[in-house]
Design a protein around this ligand. Structure first.
Ligand code: PLP
Length: 366
């Protein structure tokens, strides 16, 4: 009856991936990064999957509120800190930990110490080590650490950074050394490593690691798969065939007619397009699984549909299930075809896609 294009999140895969991170970083606590609606997997599904994480990290205050409402009692790190002065009191009431990355945020904390402010909260001073997005200069680390330590609303002052190039060989080494010089001797917890750094630069793990993408089973690296580290895909995007076309040699398919059949072939029309978050730039040849068998897309992706080559799949008919990405086709493969990264596709699934949560993907269907 209704369109069945569905994104399914596996709680079991999320939990497995967290376990893998803990194996890779046995001495560190884990902030499971759940920003952007749990990288598109659903914030509360992510919370369930990461129920053995020591903390969760995100930047949306609405999300932090939802996590508390849903019963998450452990630490929540706000990775972009306060966006306005009023966020400081809100963070205190909700028991959040705040990143502090600029002077204005320091001033808000100092100004909030008066009557009406809630209990003191942990803060993490963010040092800029070359990403040049957020963070205070290395030279400001000591004076700002001291100012924060004197703040009545501040329970503890940690230090953190976020790497620009942890996915490249040796890319986080010099920034880590800059961080260590800037913060040598300062008290407080350290948090440096994202997914890529915790896997390739164990010395960056410190007190807290901050993995995101690998918890969702995709890779931060251009040249190394998530599966090679033991991570499992946590989202499956599925649909089904809504039509079948028999093409003769010379027939084309899709807008722009940019794919032409060289010989007779069958194509299946899949009920998924760029309005669902499937990348329009995925070219002919992008892997897709029809009836559990890997094949390729053909022609241009349109708003609501795309076409798959089912010439070798005589059993494929209207209604046959299709996996756009998941376990048979990895989201990173689709991303590579479309010239982007798995992060982008996972976060981009749109509101019209049906959402389901499962304890684990069954290993047979689709
Ligand atoms: C998104 C983010 C992370 C997680 O990065 P991944 O590459 O997904 O592991 C960690 N720290 C900060 C500050 C972030 O913004």
């Amino acid at each position: 009856m209704s369109r069945n294009t569905t994104a399914t999140t596996s709680i079991g895969a999320l939990a497995h991936n967290l376990w893998q991170v803990k194996q890779a970083a046995p001495g560190a606590r884990v902030w499971g990064v759940v920003k952007a609606n749990g990288y598109g997997h659903g914030l509360l599904a992510a919370m369930r999957g990461f129920d053995k994480a020591q903390g969760l990290a995100l930047l949306e205050f609405e999300g932090a509120f939802a996590l508390r409402e849903a019963g998450w009692t452990r630490p929540i790190l706000m990775i972009e800190g306060a966006f306005e002065a009023a966020d400081v009191a809100l963070a205190s009431r909700l028991g959040l930990s705040l990143v502090v990355h600029d002077l204005e945020q320091v001033a808000w904390l100092e100004a909030s110490a008066g009557a009406g402010a809630g209990p003191p909260l942990p803060v993490y001073l963010k040092i800029n080590t070359g990403l040049n997005r957020l963070g205070v200069p290395a030279a400001a680390a000591r004076p700002l650490h001291a100012r924060l330590s004197h703040c009545r609303l501040v329970a503890s002052v940690g230090v953190m950074t976020h790497f620009a190039n942890a996915d490249l060989p040796g890319g986080a080494l010099a920034p880590m050394q800059r961080f260590d010089e800037a913060t040598a001797g300062l008290p407080g917890e350290r948090s440096l490593a994202n997914s890529a750094a915790l896997l390739t630069l164990p010395h960056s793990q410190r007190d807290w690691v901050r993995p995101g993408i690998v918890l969702y089973g995709a890779t931060p690296f251009a040249d190394r798969s998530a599966a090679s580290f033991g991570f499992r895909p946590a989202m499956r995007l599925t649909s089904s065939l809504i039509a079948v076309q028999d093409l003769q040699p010379g027939d084309s398919v899709g807008y722009g007619s940019n794919f032409t059949a060289a010989s007779a072939m069958r194509v299946g029309i899949v009920s998924c397009g760029y309005a669902d978050g499937y990348p329009r730039l995925a070219p002919t040849g992008t892997p897709i699984a029809v009836g559990g068998v890997r094949t390729r897309t053909v022609g241009r992706v349109s708003m609501d549909m795309l076409a798959a080559d089912i010439s070798a799949l005589p059993a494929a008919v209207v209604g046959t299930p299709v996996e756009l990405w998941g376990s048979r086709v990895h989201v990173d493969e689709v991303a590579a075809g479309a010239g982007t990264i798995g992060y982008d596709l996972l976060c981009a699934v749109t509101a019209r896609v049906r959402r389901e949560v499962t304890e684990d993907f069954d290993q047979v269907a689709t």
